[in-house]
Write a protein that binds this ligand. Structure first.
Ligand SMILES: Cc1ncc(COP(=O)(O)O)c(C=O)c1O
Length: 426
């Protein structure tokens, strides 16, 4: 196997060396992050990784805040407005459409709260939806006398099939659709621009959960959705607690920040700049993270991550005597090809080794074999296409190796991470 490990400059780390998947300047690039040299942090899709220079700038700003809190908080809204203007460009949203929220969950909450759901209507989610997003949908559906419906989408369904299933599932009782841009537990992309066209034609609002998209996809907010949310603290390496939220023109008058505060009577997006008192240094330094990655070259970073995911897939397949799977999910469309490269599927029908260890074993095994923190998830077997059903846990089948899932180490976390009880972040 190729040695893809890397180290910071000057490291005495034993087996840590260069990274041929990146290139000769790897030591310099590795040194931009202060990651523990004995660990390969591959769980970027859950928790990101903040470059050292960004953390230093955050510390500098925190010192400024502590030196003169009054002056700091008076200037803060203007500084936030400047940061969100820059970050709108990173996410591919018009400035007037784009606000900042603390995380994808906050954006989802705002979007769902602003939907005029009728009693008896339903929110339509695919069975790939993130567990926490499904819970949020259930909260707002319950409060309005509506319900949540699940559209089953086969893991490797091409874009056309996904759109056909959506067209068949949306009916006069559909109050809104929630669709992932890049799903978490199942590591696939969805044709959200096509879904936006389908929904628009039927007058049904679409909320795109792009939690994993910033940094991984080019201009992800530019997808035609009514609402889009994406975490900048994953692949765009911003400090945690930084997410973009884009709202189309017709919803801006009604949408409110997830925290009711001084921004309440401001127009969107300025309304979202004032959500009580908190440490906003992450928002202010997020553009620095984007600039740093942009300086390395977004395409180079993406190509590297794809090659690394492929390498990891080969390692796991070889170790378990199984084969890659889900390749079609990577060839759905251009965006799909790019994104699916960051998450890989390993074929089910496993031998005794896979059956014995399951996804948790793969995850922990990764730690021992490669010193890597690798998120791994089991996924259900192939479902009959297009069935819509109430939210229910699904049976576990094969394994999904995804660089977009949490490590799920908590005792209350479900291994598949999907469905309403999936609590693992990522
Ligand atoms: C697809 C998806 N949606 C939403 C979220 C929620 O993100 P956050 O915990 O930052 O709110 C995640 C978290 O990783 C996710 O993977």
């Amino acid at each position: 196997m190729t040695d893809t490990t890397g180290t910071r400059e000057g490291s005495t780390g034993d087996a840590l060396g260069g990274n041929p998947l990146w290139g000769d300047d790897w030591p310099r690039v590795r040194a931009l992050w202060s990651l523990d040299e004995t660990v390969l942090h591959l769980n970027h899709g859950s928790f990101g990784g903040v470059p050292a220079a960004v953390r230093e700038e955050q510390d500098r700003l925190r010192a400024e805040a502590e030196n003169n809190p009054d002056a700091w908080f008076r200037r803060l809204p203007a500084r936030i407005a400047a940061a969100r203007t820059e970050l709108a460009g990173v996410c591919g949203a018009p400035v007037e459409a784009f606000s900042l929220v603390l995380n994808a969950s906050a954006g989802t909450t705002s979007a769902l709260a602003s939907l005029p759901l009728r009693e008896g209507s339903h929110l339509l989610l695919t069975d790939h939806a993130y567990g926490a997003a499904a819970m949020a949908a259930a909260r707002f559906a319950r409060a309005r006398g509506a319900s949540v419906r699940r559209l089953e989408v086969p893991l490797d369904a091409p874009a056309e099939q996904v759109l056909r299933l959506l067209e068949e599932a949306v009916d006069e009782r559909t109050g809104a659709v929630l669709m992932d841009q890049v799903s978490s537990a199942t590591a696939r992309t969805f044709p959200v621009a096509g879904a936006a066209a389908v929904c628009r034609e039927r007058g049904v609002p679409l909320l795109v959960d792009g939690a994993h998209a910033p940094g991984m996809l080019d201009g992800p907010a530019d997808c035609g959705a009514d609402f889009w949310v994406g975490n900048l603290h994953k692949w765009a390496c911003a400090p945690r607690g930084t997410a973009g939220f884009a709202v189309s023109g017709e919803h801006r008058g009604r949408v409110r920040g997830p925290i009711a505060s001084w921004g309440e009577e401001e127009p969107y997006p300025a309304a979202f700049d004032q959500q009580g008192t908190w440490d906003a240094t992450g928002w202010l330094t997020a553009p620095l993270s984007a600039a740093l990655l942009g300086g390395l070259g977004w395409e180079r970073v993406r190509a590297h991550n794809a090659a690394l995911a492929e390498y990891g897939q080969a390692v796991v397949c070889e170790a378990l005597g199984t084969a890659p799977a889900g390749r079609r999910s990577g060839s759905v469309d251009a965006a799909g090809a790019a994104a699916a490269r960051n998450g890989r599927h390993v074929r089910g029908r496993p031998g005794p080794a896979v059956r014995a260890c399951g996804a948790g074993g793969l995850r922990d095994g990764g730690h021992h074999v490669e010193r890597a923190r690798v998120p791994a998830r089991q996924r259900p077997g192939v479902q009959p296409a297009g069935r819509v059903r109430g939210a229910r846990p699904r049976p576990a089948g094969g394994a999904v190796l995804s660089s977009r899932r949490g490590d799920g180490a908590g005792p209350d976390r479900r291994e598949d991470g999907a469905g309403p009880r999936g609590r693992a972040p990522g």
